[in-house]
Design a protein around this ligand. Sequence first.
Ligand SMILES: *[C@@H]1O[C@H](CO)[C@@H](O)[C@H](O)[C@H]1NC(C)=O
Ligand SMILES: *[C@@H]1O[C@H](CO)[C@@H](O)[C@H](O)[C@H]1NC(C)=O
Ligand SMILES: *[C@@H]1O[C@H](CO)[C@@H](O)[C@H](O)[C@H]1NC(C)=O
Ligand SMILES: *[C@@H]1O[C@H](CO)[C@@H](O)[C@H](O)[C@H]1NC(C)=O
Ligand SMILES: *[C@@H]1O[C@H](CO)[C@@H](O)[C@H](O)[C@H]1NC(C)=O
Ligand SMILES: [Ca+2]
Ligand SMILES: [Ca+2]
Length: 382
Amino acid sequence: MANVSVLLTYVTLAVLLLLFLSRSPTDHRSRSHGHPRRLKLRSNFTFQGRANSARHHEPVPFDPIVAEMERLREDKQWERRYFEESHPEVVVHGEESAPGEEKQPEWEDFMDAEDYLNDEEKFNVTDRLVLLFPKIDVDPANGYITEQELTEWNVQLAVKEVMHRTQRDMELHDKNKDGYVSFAEYEPPSWVLKSDQNSFAYNMGWWKEEHFNASDADGDGLLNITEFNDFLHPADTKSPKLLQWLCKEEVRERDSDKDGKVNFNEFFHGIFDLVRDYNEEHHNSSHGHEETMEAPARKLFSELDKDGDGYLTDQDLLAIIGKLHPSERYYAKQQAEYIISQADKDKDGRLTLTEMIDSPYVFYSAVFNDDEDDYDFHDEFR
Ligand SMILES: *[C@@H]1O[C@H](CO)[C@@H](O)[C@H](O)[C@H]1NC(C)=O
Ligand SMILES: *[C@@H]1O[C@H](CO)[C@@H](O)[C@H](O)[C@H]1NC(C)=O
Ligand SMILES: *[C@@H]1O[C@H](CO)[C@@H](O)[C@H](O)[C@H]1NC(C)=O
Ligand SMILES: *[C@@H]1O[C@H](CO)[C@@H](O)[C@H](O)[C@H]1NC(C)=O
Ligand SMILES: *[C@@H]1O[C@H](CO)[C@@H](O)[C@H](O)[C@H]1NC(C)=O
Ligand SMILES: [Ca+2]
Ligand SMILES: [Ca+2]
């Protein structure tokens, strides 16, 4: 049968690809010799955990060049995962990782990009900061970068990154390649089905038809790229239909006594923590005593409970839904605050170009070599 030869071709290709991908790593220690402290792609900044939230959020790279390198690297990993998923019969089990488990990026995947970043001829950090500064200092352009300006910058980069991932996912799901995803075309990726039961995706009733329909703004039964992006990232949507669905899901999730509404107890143990964390951001992450928190919780509850019947409906939750599902802007602001706190030498709450050039590792981040920790970074990059 023709199928057999097709299968054989696939298997041969797959084996060759796997061999190629699992080539023995080059010795990065010897290659990195002479670079006691190297720039790496990802900043080591991590977001403060939010109560009851298992969602993981990566910081955005500060420099668009670094973002572009990360995209290329991610695309490579994505292609590998896509291949393994669409041809599960050729995946070698037990070799490197369990099936479905996300593979950690290998050091060698980063090598080219990091060599580039650490080649001072090609990538002069000072020159990069000089070039980027006026693109960030725009509102107003006055020689200072404020938290708002840096937040806007981060949001722009984050939105671009999110859309890139959506386009890639669209390629995967849009089976007939008409530029739309229908519900029939859509199948949850296997890593979602296998994701653990505490994950955001699992708990939110993700990947359901109701969610799909709520994302379909014009109701034509198909998701275009904008609608599909909203589907994948409802926290960032402006669509009233989708926000309403998020509120309904929130009620469903919090409603422990299953009466279809949220009473004060259900609000206090769950929703209120998230709103409070959001308002206080990461300054006060310690949780107060229940007694001291109950009064502000009751106050907020009665503000939200428009008809005063002692229950919150999905409509009532609309006012705070953005705090329950923080948007890219929320993370962008947190990241901006962190960066400014790290580089703002004169503590005036904003950054000058000089302050940025003095703390390049805040923007680009660095890795240490175990043996030469005390090497002076500034000698190397200025
Ligand atoms: C991140 O890196 C800086 C130095 O580059 C270090 O001082 C800081 O402790 C690191 N933070 C974490 C959370 O690892
Ligand atoms: C980087 O650029 C700055 C300013 O243009 C220059 O003074 C410095 O020597 C450059 N560094 C390297 C390693 O080329
Ligand atoms: C979603 O919308 C389609 C029509 O486009 C409808 O047939 C289907 O029943 C809806 N599903 C849900 C769960 O609302
Ligand atoms: C997708 O459809 C929505 C709803 O009709 C529309 O607002 C949006 O502009 C469309 N996006 C693109 C990229 O065409
Ligand atoms: C945050 O913590 C600081 C110091 O612990 C305290 O003074 C302040 O009142 C707290 N803010 C809020 C809103 O609880
Ligand atoms: Ca400014
Ligand atoms: Ca549509």
